[in-house]
Write a protein that binds this ligand. Structure first.
Ligand code: TRP
Length: 454
């Protein structure tokens, strides 16, 4: 990674690039679908405003104030404190998250290739029954095979290896500067198409008309997990990135901007998926959350003129969005190995990639050959996803909040928020109060619920 971001736009693009990814496009609709729609959305937004944004500010303060990566920052600021052990968590969660994230990126790659070749829309010619020709059947069949998903997974692993090896900033950052706005514009177009489908209103109802009886502890746990996942919190990515922020960056404003854009992308995705799912009469029975976007989106493209073009563009942009997030996650262990063990970038990338090959393969196979293997009632894929998002990410966030609130001097926080008294820190006291007193117990209660759930 470069040592500082050059422009405010570049810094925003990199942070938004990390936040916006499969979490918004693939995981958000899947979670919303599995947790009852609008009720989940409300809890999700509440988690984001009340806990997510303050936790993000806490990471920014720690990163820019500590000027070190997430794993070493605690030991650097307070060498003998037990807090330095917290550095272990980002290593663990980065591998668990990458394990399943890469698999979905592999699916995205498959859909990109299928869109390019036109095979994706070649569904009329088989002449089989309606179910067999549907996109749903296609996706279910695809994930249940062994070799093709593995091959795509390895291709994504290689692409990722090359990018982190080459260094993130120049290529990926410049690319995401152009690609992110393009993804945004395309999604806006798909929103319009989806909303104009017959029967779309039922989908909007599902997304926006809450049924409060659906709010259970599990829904709250999942909403918090999704908020943390989507904002790239609790894994040290934002600590590492903010160490490269210049001193005059307004941290509070940056946190609001990143969170706002991230929420917007998720909402747009909901507005695309649910009306379309309702319009195509997809019932709960034939929808698995995990594969939702790979079924519904092709249906939308199919209805549009120029299906192949839209589909290719979309999956290409999605793959890029996924890669900007993957790279941000990889950067945490790679930067750490490089610094701590004084290894070359190539060696560090190799050390990170080798265990990933095994872990990712296991996740991929959990839809086929290993579908009977369950850990605590979950498949390997679900286990990696649930444990990292619902347990590890919130735990590190609690630690960061406690560290800022109770361990470091209060002036450390104020100095970062007000940029050394050069900007107005109106909100500083309120944010500090949330970080110190509110966020730790609230996140803790939700965490305890998640243990009971499991
Ligand atoms: N936020 C990204 C997404 O929504 C994924 C991601 C990137 C992430 N970095 C992270 C998730 C760190 C958790 C922690 O796709």
């Amino acid at each position: 990674m470069a040592t500082t971001f050059k422009t405010r736009l570049g810094l925003l693009a990199a942070t938004v690039g990390s936040a916006v990814g499969l979490g918004n496009v693939w995981r958000f609709p899947a979670e919303t679908h599995a947790n009852g729609g609008a009720a989940f959305l409300i809890v999700y937004i509440a988690c984001m405003l009340l806990l997510g944004i303050p936790a993000m500010i806490a990471e920014f303060v720690l990163g820019r104030g500590g000027k070190s990566d997430a794993i070493n920052v605690f030991g650097k600021l307070t060498p003998r404190s037990p807090y330095r052990m917290a550095g272990i968590m980002p290593i663990l969660s980065s591998f668990l998250i990458l394990a399943f994230y890469m698999v979905v990126a592999g699916w995205t790659f498959e859909y990109l290739i299928q869109s390019l070749s036109g095979n994706l829309f070649d569904i009329k010619t088989s002449g089989a029954s309606e179910l067999e020709t549907s996109f749903h059947y296609k996706m279910e069949q695809y994930v249940a095979t062994v070799t093709p998903p593995l091959l795509n997974l390895y291709i994504v692993l290689i692409i990722n290896f090359l990018i982190i090896w080459a260094g993130v900033q120049k290529g990926i950052e410049r690319l995401s500067n152009i690609m992110m706005p393009l993804l945004f514009a395309l999604m806006l177009l798909f929103c319009v198409v989806s909303l104009s489908l017959p029967g779309a209103v039922a989908g909007l109802d599902f997304l926006f008309r809450p049924d409060f009886s659906k709010i259970t502890p599990a829904v709250v746990v999942n909403a918090l997990g999704q908020a943390f996942f989507s904002l790239s919190l609790g894994m040290g990515v934002l600590i590492t990135y903010s160490a490269y922020y210049p001193q005059n960056t307004n941290l509070v404003k940056t946190a609001y901007t990143v969170s706002g854009l991230d929420l917007l992308v998720s909402l747009m995705m909901g507005i695309i998926i649910f009306p379309a799912a309702a319009s195509f009469n997809m019932t709960d029975a034939n929808l698995r959350g995990t594969t939702l976007i790979f079924v519904t989106l092709p249906e939308i493209f199919y209805k549009m003129t120029g299906s192949q073009l839209w589909s290719t563009l979309f999956f290409l942009l999605l793959l890029i969005a996924a890669i900007t997030s993957i790279v941000s996650i990889c950067e945490v262990p790679v930067a750490w190995i490089q610094e701590r063990y004084k290894k070359s970038r190539l060696t560090a990338c190799t050390i990170v990639t080798l265990p990933l090959i095994v872990l990712c393969s296991l996740c991929s196979l959990s839809f086929s050959a290993l579908s009977d293997v369950h850990i605590l009632g979950m498949t390997i894929f679900e286990f990696c996803d649930t444990v990292s998002s619902n347990i590890l990410l919130p735990t590190l966030s609690i630690i960061v909040c406690l560290y800022i609130g109770w361990k470091l001097p209060k002036s450390f926080f104020y100095k970062q928020i007000t940029n050394d008294n050069t900007i107005n820190g109106k909100m500083a006291s309120a944010i500090f109060f949330v970080i110190k007193y509110l966020a730790p117990p609230l996140i803790c209660i939700i965490l305890i619920c998640s243990f009971i759930e499991i």
